[in-house]
Design a protein around this ligand. Structure first.
Ligand SMILES: Nc1nc2c(ncn2[C@@H]2O[C@H](COP(=O)(O)OP(=O)(O)O)[C@@H](O)[C@H]2O)c(=O)[nH]1
Ligand SMILES: [Mg+2]
Length: 304
């Protein structure tokens, strides 16, 4: 457990140093004053918590200060921790055996971290004894197929790919067929994150979704949306567009380690209503963690 917490402490260094660490400094004072509330309010908003979440957190803390007679900043700090943890969910249990193979579509805008995340998931699931197959469904970007094939080689995972510029639906169909034929347990389908227009992108995504269902009734069994944590609140707008196109089951928050805007995790629950399943805490295949709300809050606030 210590090891996991350390990963989060390291991974969330930027978010902690740039914003939340200033809260800790502010808590260095001893008693709560009007200034404490103003500063806390400003810092939470800057940390990309979102205005609504910030207001709700402050309101709740002020109620508690009044009702429980909280006067010291040390008490307030503990209360803030509790408030933040309460505003996150533990991820639901992953059911990886709902079908055989279980087909998982990985979606998100260009550069958000999809292909890297697929490599990380592939490694994680194969270590759990699952037979994993990767499908290079991002046929739009020149290097995307190569990138996935290189990961496949490094991790010793089979990759089904078509021609660059080819039909992503066709590759997806072939990939699922191959997975059935080879007895794979999990199929991770990479998808395009950019087309000529946003409209085209969403239409194509719907098509890939439909084609997966033709290759195997019930597929895809899950759609996971990869969001780039460095883009903060902007990522939420993208997420809404994806949610309108296909049913999204959960979010993978990539690049938390290179972001100072980790506070956006709170808005994902509040504004999108989606669970955060995993967090990306680095570029290597092992840098993926199941989301853990206690570790996350300790990571951003710092452990005392
Ligand atoms: N620091 C860090 N970099 C990441 C993470 N996930 C992805 N990246 C990097 O982000 C860039 C874009 O990732 P990629 O998987 O190609 O995104 P895609 O276009 O959505 O497939 C690459 O340079 C990755 O190494 C992460 O969790 N942490
Ligand atoms: Mg990619």
């Amino acid at each position: 457990m210590d090891n996991i917490f350390n990963k989060w402490i390291q991974g969330l260094e930027r978010t902690r140093k740039v914003y939340f660490g200033r809260i800790a400094t502010m808590f260095g004072a001893t008693t709560i004053t009007e200034d404490t509330w103003d500063e806390l309010d400003a810092l939470l908003i800057q940390a990309d918590l979102g205005v609504e979440t910030t207001l709700a957190v402050i309101q709740s803390l002020q109620d508690r200060a009044f009702n429980e007679g909280m006067v010291t900043t040390a008490e307030l700090e503990q209360a803030l921790k509790d408030e933040l943890v309460a505003r996150l969910d533990e991820p639901p249990q992953l059911k990886l055996d709902v079908a055989n193979p279980m087909v998982i579509l990985i979606v998100g805008v260009n550069g958000s971290g999809k292909t890297t995340t697929i490599a990380k998931l592939g490694k994680l699931f194969s270590r759990q004894g699952k037979r994993v197959l990767l499908v290079a469904g991002d046929t739009f970007r020149a290097a995307a197929v190569d990138q996935l094939e290189i990961w496949g080689e490094r991790l010793n995972l089979p990759v089904i790919a078509g021609q660059q510029g080819g039909d992503p639906g066709a590759v997806t169909y072939d990939g699922i067929q191959a997975a059935i034929a080879r007895g794979a347990d999990i199929v991770l389908v990479d998808t395009a994150g950019r087309l000529h227009t946003r409209y085209n992108l969403m239409e194509e995504l719907k098509k890939v979704h439909r084609v997966a269902g033709k290759a195997m009734p019930g597929a895809p069994h899950a759609v996971w949306l990869v969001l780039d944590a460095t883009t903060g609140q902007n990522a939420l707008q993208q997420a809404k567009a994806f949610k309108e196109a296909v049913h999204v089951d959960g979010v993978i928050l990539a690049k938390l380690d290179s972001s100072a805007k980790g506070g956006m995790a709170f808005a994902i629950k509040r504004e999108l209503g989606l669970p955060i399943l995993f967090a990306g805490l680095g570029e290597q295949p092992d840098d993926l963690q199941r989301f853990n709300r206690d570790a996350f809050v300790e990571g951003i606030l710092g452990v005392k």
